[in-house]
Design a binder for this molecule. Sequence first.
Ligand SMILES: Cc1cc2nc3c(=O)[nH]c(=O)nc-3n(C[C@H](O)[C@H](O)[C@H](O)COP(=O)(O)O)c2cc1C
Length: 359
Amino acid sequence: METRITKLLDIAVPIVQAPMAGTSTPALAAAVSNSGGLGSLGLGACSPDEAAKMIAETRQLTNQPFNLNFFVHERPIRDIAKEVAWLDTIRPFFDEYETEQPTALSENLTSFNIDDDMFEVVMELKPAVVSFHFGLPSSSRASALKEYGAFLISTVTNRDEALKAVQSGMDAVVAQGFEAGGHRGTFSTPFEDGYITTMALIPLIVETIDLPVIAAGGIMNGNGIAASLALGASAVQMGTAFVSTHESAANKAYRDFLLSDRAFKTEITNVISGRPARALINRFTDELRIHDRNTPGYPMTYEASKALNTAASAKGSHEFMPMWAGQGAGLSRPMAASDLMKRLLQETNEVIGQLKNIY
Ligand SMILES: Cc1cc2nc3c(=O)[nH]c(=O)nc-3n(C[C@H](O)[C@H](O)[C@H](O)COP(=O)(O)O)c2cc1C
C-alpha cells in the first residue's frame, strides 16, 4: 500500500499510531513500527530524563523509524483569581473523597519551544520523525531538527493552520477532525473554527496545501482507513483504537469504559485540562459542564484534575479520570497491537478490493 507518506518515511503501511501522552508506551510504538506502521511516543508531559529513557527503550525494541511528539503551546496568561475560583468550584469533590485539595495551581507543562533540556535530548538522539501538537515549532528549533534530517509533522485543524504549517517548514500535517479523541490541536484560530469533521477536513486540507496529509479523528477500522485514503489522505493517525491494545498504558478502568456502553458517548470538554479535548463522559465532565467556560486555562486546570483523580481513584472511583477517546470509541478492540495492525491492513485491503468490484 504505497502512498506519499510510506515512500517518504520508508514504511510499509500508512498507519501512524497516535502519540498519546500518558498512554502510548515504548512497547506500543515498537509493536506498530515493527508491523510496518509508524509508532509514536507522546512525550508532551515527560521530563527530559523520562523522554530519553522511553526513546532508548523503544530503540531496544525496534530498529524501524518511530515518531516523537511534543506540545508547543503558548504560555498561559495567569489569572490567579480565576484559579482560586476554580479550586472553590471543585472543592466539593475533594470533600467528598475526604482529601485536601491543592491550595494553588502551577504552570507545570513546558512547551518544547522553551524547554532547552528536552531540545538537547532530541538533538542528541536524532529521532527520524518529530511531531508537534498545539502549535508549531519555533523557526530555530525547526531548522535545527531539519538540518540533521528529521521529518517534521504538525497537527492542523483548519485551512489557516495548514497554510501556517507549510510556512514553518513542516514535511506533513496531521489533519485532526472534530471526532478525534484527546486534545484539540487548534492553535491559530478560535477552537470552534477547528470543529470540522474528518470527512470534510481531509479534502479541504488536501486541496489547500501540497504536503502529504495524515487523517485523524474517528478512524477505528479498515473502512475508516480506506475512506481516508479515498478522500486524499496519505496515511491515517489512530489514537483511540490503540488505547485498548495490550501494550498501551491505559489502566483497567479506562479499558473497561472503552468496552462498555460508556464508550458510545464522548464530548469535547475544557474542564479536565483547561483546553478543549474529547473524552468519555464521566461525573467530572458531566457535573462540571455548566462551568466549562470558567476554567483557569491550560495547564493549570489539568493540575487540579490530576489531583482530584488521584483522590477519587484512591477511594475506588474512576469518575474523575481523564479518559480521552474519539467518537469511534465504541468500536474499540482489545488485542495485541501487532494483531490490530494485521486486522487493519487486512480490512483496508478488503474494502479497497470491494470498491474495485463496485466501480
Ligand atoms: C488517549 C489519547 C491521548 C492523546 N494524546 C496526544 C498527544 O500527546 N499528542 C498528540 O499530538 N495527540 C494526542 N492525541 C490526539 C491524537 O493525536 C489524534 O488526533 C486522535 O487520537 C485521533 O482521533 P481518534 O482518537 O478518534 O483516533 C491523543 C488522543 C488520545 C485518544
